[in-house]
Design a protein around this ligand. Structure first.
Ligand code: MF3
Ligand code: CO
Length: 247
């Protein structure tokens, strides 16, 4: 069941989503070559705690960290460890904050120093896919129009869309209905109602969209080892458009 949020509930979501936004900007300023992904996770943990929120990911289904940090061929759910971030890497940081009884969720992919032209384009196109996905989105839009638009933009740029993971509704739970796929047929799916809050999160690969999960049970990597990027925001469906809470 897709829960429509009241204005009072949306007001309560402003704080956790603003913390996600600010934490992602903070990480963007600090991240660099020579840090481990664990170092980045520590920054996220400390930032979220100092903001009076809880890192929703920590302990979620046994997940052992505050952020998912996914380098190059890691698509999503990279567990922070001793991997050293290097010049030329692309690093996606996905994090959630819980405050006021609600979650906020967002992700960015950062370029570390100078990256290859292919990675540079991948990061740019992945961000564009999000903005394409919300183009024209408002109350009454069929859900799979989002995926249709994301897929069209990714594939027309020579990239592929990860299918194994989707966006999702969000609120008192980190993952609520509906699932928000990044592929789809135009004009299909439920019509989104005003007050629905969803996370739209294109995950785009330079090569194949096929992934495998490493033995740690979380880390999803591309089967061909080519890079992937991720970009996510929490958005409210409004009568006349969308409101992006994490930007
Ligand atoms: N933030 C992720 C999302 O976009 C969820 C990560 S799973 C977790 O849905 F276990 F790390 F929390
Ligand atoms: Co999400």
């Amino acid at each position: 069941m897709i829960e429509v949020k009241s204005e009072a509930e949306i007001a309560l979501m402003r704080e956790p989503t603003a913390i996600v936004r600010d934490c992602l900007s903070f990480v963007g300023e600090k991240i660099g070559a020579g840090m481990t992904t664990k170092d980045v996770d520590r920054l996220v943990y400390d930032f979220i705690k100092a903001s009076g929120a809880e890192p929703s990911c920590l302990g979620y289904c046994g997940y052992p960290a505050s952020a998912c940090i996914s380098v190059n061929e890691v698509v999503v759910h990279g567990i922070p460890d001793d991997r050293v971030i290097e010049e030329g890497d692309i690093v996606s940081v996905d994090l959630c904050a819980y405050k006021n009884g609600f979650h906020g969720d967002g992700a960015r992919t950062f370029r570390i120093g100078t990256v290859s032209p292919e990675k540079d384009k991948l990061v740019r196109v992945t961000e564009e896919c999000f903005f394409q996905g919300i183009e024209g989105l408002k109350a009454g839009t069929p859900l799979y129009d989002i995926g249709y638009r994301v897929q069209k933009h990714a594939e027309s740029n020579g990239f592929s869309v990860i299918r194994a993971y989707t966006g999702h509704g969000i609120g008192r739970e980190m993952h609520e209905d509906p699932a928000v796929p990044n592929v789809g047929r135009r004009g299909t799916g439920v019509r989104l109602e005003a007050g629905t809050v969803i996370c739209i999160e294109p995950m785009i690969a330079a090569g194949t969209f096929r992934v495998k999960v490493l033995p740690d049970g979380w880390t999803a990597v591309t089967l061909d080892g080519k890079p992937a990027a991720h970009y996510e925001n929490t958005v409210v469906i409004r009568e006349d458009g969308v409101e992006i809470l994490t930007l």
